[in-house]
Write a protein that binds this ligand. Structure first.
Ligand code: ATP
Length: 232
């Protein structure tokens, strides 16, 4: 077991965005979180990364309770978040952004060379300011920055957002190798078909709870759609 989340509750003021969620993620597994806007997916990923505090419950990684650890210490334990909207330093170059990821992280096998191996378009962009890149290149940089911290668990929040279908295909094709290489991935994806296509396991959230959970191969699109709209 890589990550075990138990009875996790997360609040925004009085609003309970995650309500007593229990789930576990096995090493090397790709887990997709789906659910309508406001279901609590982004809040969950941010809480796992330490960007938002947990109100109750626990998050355990490789047997260690990290629930109260600040974000930078979780990065050192192998959690990396690629946030919604990418959140890049626009005035820094791609190479500088990638190096920043390495500085925050732990030692390991990731290098700029390896990032450009999986995102070849970045090779000729390394000295360009991130703010001048296309959406797809920015997303690749954001994922690359997370990889440079040598994560064991990669959290991806809506990597498709604002990208054309062709570019989304390319980003997922690049992620495919990572998924096969044993990196544990938790991803939020609005596109159900894609989520079910890439993930081993799917969890559908509704109002802060997991209302459906199963192996992608055992679930039908209709089942997930019903859970998505609370018809389950
Ligand atoms: P989306 O697909 O829109 O990102 P989501 O499933 O990721 O949706 P969250 O963004 O986690 O859902 O939001 C869960 C709930 O928490 C929603 O009701 C949302 O309005 C609320 N919320 C999220 N962020 C904040 C915040 N910073 N302050 C107050 N409420 C928030």
């Amino acid at each position: 077991m890589t990550m075990a989340i138990e009875k996790l509750t997360v609040r925004h003021g009085l609003l309970e965005a995650v309500r007593g969620l229990t789930l576990s993620v096995a090493k090397g597994e790709t887990l997709a979180l789906v659910g309508a806007n406001g279901a609590g997916k982004t809040t969950l990923l941010r809480t796992l990364a330490g960007a938002h505090p947990a109100h109750g419950g626990s998050i355990v990684i490789n047997g260690e309770d990290v629930t109260r650890l600040p974000a930078h210490q979780r990065v050192r334990r192998g959690i990396a978040l690629v946030p919604e909207g990418r959140k890049m330093f626009a005035s820094m170059t791609v190479a500088e952004n990638l190096k920043l990821g390495a500085m925050a992280g732990r030692k390991g096998e990731w290098s700029i060379d390896r990032v450009v191996d999986i995102f070849p378009n970045l090779r000729k962009r390394l000295d360009h300011k991130t703010g001048h890149l296309s959406g797809g290149e920015q997303q690749a940089t954001a994922i690359g920055r997370a990889l440079m911290s040598n994560p064991e668990i990669l959290l991806l929040d809506e990597v498709s957002l604002g990208l054309s279908p062709l570019i989304v295909d390319r980003v997922y094709a690049s992620l495919d190798g990572l998924m096969k290489s044993g990196t544990t991935i938790i991803l939020v994806e609005q596109d159900l078909a894609r989520a079910m296509g890439v993930a081993d396991r799917v969890i559908c959230m509704l109002e802060g709870r997991a209302v459906l959970e199963g192996y992608a191969k055992d679930l039908t699109r209709d089942q997930v759609t019903e859970a998505y709209f609370g018809l389950h």
